[in-house]
Write a protein that binds this ligand. Structure first.
Ligand code: 3PG
Length: 207
């Protein structure tokens, strides 16, 4: 995988995962893989996130693990050092972009407006995370910008559910959708990894 466009093709759903216990990361990645989802975005929202990425990268060879919620240049570098195979950002600053380019990893920069998307396209970044998808206009927004900006492809994320994913995936400019519904908080708390596999099976069938 060498660029964001390939990242969009790995799975119909990019699971956005928040782990509070690093020990959960490996069973979660295995549970998702067992359900047919081999990509996992581990968000840098908890103190254990880098440890979690390192564990998945070294112990679950079938999974493609990336770092999500990259909001600082330091995090881009730390995620790469931990073994992340890709980076995802909710939005972009010059410094975060520079650091993400510096890692050499494929990444999905976040954009929520036409101007943000145009700025990223100017830099050669045409595979984007559309965030936060639902509050920013959802399917209608993506349909509207496909006319003026047909070269862009998206992973819409934010407020998408198993029920609404299909309407996004039907758009030609959408490669995959992101969402946290595959790893619900209560399933993680109960270490119910079978439920995560079942949710992953449903999600992979959307493809
Ligand atoms: C993200 O960081 O990409 C979103 O918080 C995930 O959004 P969701 O929880 O609404 O799926």
């Amino acid at each position: 995988m060498s660029n964001g466009h390939e990242l969009l093709e790995l799975s119909p759903v990019m699971p956005v995962v928040v782990v509070d216990d690093a020990a959960d990361a490996v069973p979660v990645a295995k549970a998702l893989s067992a359900g047919g989802i081999r990509v996992i975005e581990l968000t840098l929202r908890t103190p254990v996130a880098l440890d979690a990425i390192e564990r998945v990268a070294s112990q679950v060879p079938e999974a493609v693990v990336g770092a999500g919620t990259v909001t600082t240049p330091e995090q881009a570098k730390q995620a790469a050092d931990a073994g992340a195979k890709f980076l995802v950002t909710p939005g972009c600053t010059d410094r975060v972009l520079e650091a993400a380019f510096g890692t050499g990893l494929p990444f999905l920069p976040g954009a929520g407006t036409v101007s943000e998307a145009m700025r990223l396209a100017e830099l050669g970044l045409t595979a984007l995370k559309f965030f936060p998808a639902e509050p920013s206009g959802g399917v209608q927004f993506l349909k509207a910008i496909a006319g003026p900006l047909p070269q862009l492809r998206f992973c819409p994320t934010g407020g998408i559910t198993a029920e609404t994913a299909r309407s996004y995936l039907a758009l030609p400019t959408v490669g995959c959708v992101g969402g946290s519904w595959l790893t619900p908080k209560d399933a993680l708390a109960a270490k119910d990894f079978d439920r995560i596999t079942a949710l992953a099976q449903e999600a992979s069938a959307l493809g």
